[in-house]
Structure formats: structure tokens, C-alpha cells
Write a protein that binds this ligand. Structure first.
Ligand code: PAF
Length: 278
């Protein structure tokens, strides 16, 4: 496996590759990322993983400086998973001058996670566009846990006519149901035990809707209150159309329930996509 930090070296290394499958990450890899790498293997002969903690997508009071950086362990895992190339640019390499040209995502980027993280998806879309231009992949794999991010990346590819096949990787979970996330490492053992409740709550929402309850606003309020009473700081629980991400109407049949809430200082997100068609 090649570990490459410079753009020109990476371009030279990939110049002859006919089918590149790309997995962009911020490192601190876990089984969820490795699953994406395994999926990438099915979509390309050369699997490229990037590791870059992108300052542009972090807010002023977020965990940019404390975000875990574990390059050595990440590379060991990637070798075992069969990745071909790891791209590890520095901030100076990706942003040699102030990034004043930015990708402005659609208004949906200001809802859900974007409502409390202004500019987050602008930062994500901008770095992903840069990485796509550098790596020039044929396919790129993104985790479904970040459902809104995946939606925005699909829009980026669609609206800028990028010749890249975007593939959604399934969310990987612990036996408890807790979605794997680099931020789970911040949780105390007691918080980790409680953290599984976010997924269970989303499951309760799905059951409720599948039973025929169409008062989505009430379901959202009740499930948020339930978590709040148990000590969570709830950002949102929201039932949306899985195709447009607009708030779900009673006519929508392809749905997703998304949730974001804090256990202590750790913000967790999760979602469940489901269908009301038989
Ligand atoms: O999902 C992530 O890890 C990041 O948002 C991404 C896509 C690598 C962009 O920095």
C-alpha cells in the first residue's frame, strides 16, 4: 500500500488506473470505514482512501483540534483491508491559499445537521470537490450514517456533471444497535450504554409510522421529549422524504427518520431509511 501526501505524486501514481474507487475519510478508522473500503474493492481495481481532517467543515466551537488523529493505526487497518493507496495531505497541501472559492450547497444544507452547524456542508462539499478533482475516481463510497451528507454529495455530482458513481455504504452497528462513529470514542462507558437509545428511539418512530400514525410532527416531538427526559440534548428527530429530504408528507412512501442528539458533549447522529410500500 502506498502512502502519499503530495498531490503531484498521487496524480502520477494514479495516472494509468482505469477504475479508481475512492473512500474519503477523516481518519480514526473503525469497522464502518473498513466496510466502505471492502465495498470500494467491488467497484474499482484501485482503492484509494483519503485521510484528512478538514478544518473547513468544523465550526468555531467544535472538536477540530481534539478530533482523534491516528494515522499509524489507520494505515495498519487499511493494509489489512487491502487498500491500494492512502492519500494523507496536510492542510498546507489542500489549502495552500485561503479557500475563498467555495461550493454553496442547496438550502437543505441549512436544515437538520446544518441548522446547528452553519457552513458545515459548504466545507464538506468544498473539500469533497477538491478531493474528487485530485483523485479523479470512477466511484466514491460514502457511509449512509451521514445521510444528509450523502444527499448533498449526490447533488454535487448531479449538478456539476461529475462522472463519478456515488455508492452508499450501509451503517455498521455494534450489537447494541449503536452506529459506529469515530466520535463514540469520546463517550464514557455509561454514556456509551445510553447511546444505543438513539437508534432504539428511531426504531420506535419507524414502528409508529408503519402502524399508520401520520402525525409526524407529534411523533417527532414525543420522541425528542423522551430522549430529553433521559438526559439527552436533542438537536432534532425528523421524518423526511428519503428522496428529497423535505419534511415528509402523508403521501410520501420512501421515508427516512433522522436524529441528532448529544450525550454529554458528544454529538451523535443516526437514521433509518424505510418504505411504506408493501
Ligand atoms: O464523512 C466524513 O468523514 C467527511 O465529512 C468527509 C466526507 C471525509 C469530508 O471531509
Amino acid at each position: 500500500m502506498e502512502i502519499i501526501a503530495k498531490i503531484d505524486v498521487l496524480r502520477e501514481c494514479l495516472a494509468q488506473e482505469a477504475a479508481i474507487a475512492f473512500v474519503p475519510t477523516m481518519g480514526n478508522l473503525h469497522a464502518g470505514h473498513i466496510h466502505l473500503v471492502e465495498q470500494a474493492r467491488k467497484h474499482g481495481q484501485c482503492v484509494v482512501v483519503s485521510i484528512f481532517v478538514n478544518p473547513l467543515q468544523f465550526g468555531a466551537n467544535e472538536d477540530l483540534t481534539s478530533y482523534p488523529r491516528t494515522l499509524k493505526e489507520d494505515c495498519e487497518q487499511l493494509i489489512a483491508a487491502g487498500a491500494d493507496v492512502v492519500f494523507t495531505p496536510t492542510e498546507q497541501t489542500l489549502y495552500p491559499v485561503a479557500q475563498t472559492m467555495l461550493i454553496e450547497p442547496p438550502p437543505i444544507a441549512n436544515e437538520l445537521c446544518g441548522a446547528n452547524r452553519p457552513g458545515h456542508f459548504r466545507g464538506v462539499a468544498t473539500v469533497v470537490m477538491k478531493l474528487f478533482n485530485i483523485v479523479q475516481p470512477h466511484s466514491a463510497i460514502f457511509g449512509s450514517k451521514d445521510f444528509q451528507q450523502l444527499f448533498i454529495i449526490r447533488e454535487l455530482v448531479r449538478q456539476f456533471n461529475l462522472p463519478i458513481n456515488i455508492i452508499a455504504g450501509d451503517t455498521q452497528r455494534e450489537d447494541s444497535g449503536l452506529a459506529l462513529s469515530s466520535r463514540n470514542g469520546y463517550l464514557t462507558p455509561a454514556q456509551k450504554l445510553e447511546a444505543q437509545r438513539l437508534y432504539r428511539t428511531l426504531q420506535m418512530v419507524v414502528d409508529n409510522v408503519k402502524k399508520g400514525n401520520r402525525d409526524y410532527a407529534l411523533i417527532e416531538t414525543q420522541s425528542s421529549q423522551y430522549l430529553t427526559q433521559l438526559g439527552w440534548i436533542v438537536d432534532y428527530i425528523s421524518i423526511r422524504s428519503a428522496t428529497t429530504l423535505a419534511p415528509a408528507s402523508a403521501e410520501d412512501t420512501a421515508l427516512v427518520v433522522l436524529g441528532a442528539a448529544k450525550q454529554g458533549k458528544t454529538r451523535l447522529i443516526d437514521n433509518i431509511e424505510f418504505s411504506l410500500e408493501n
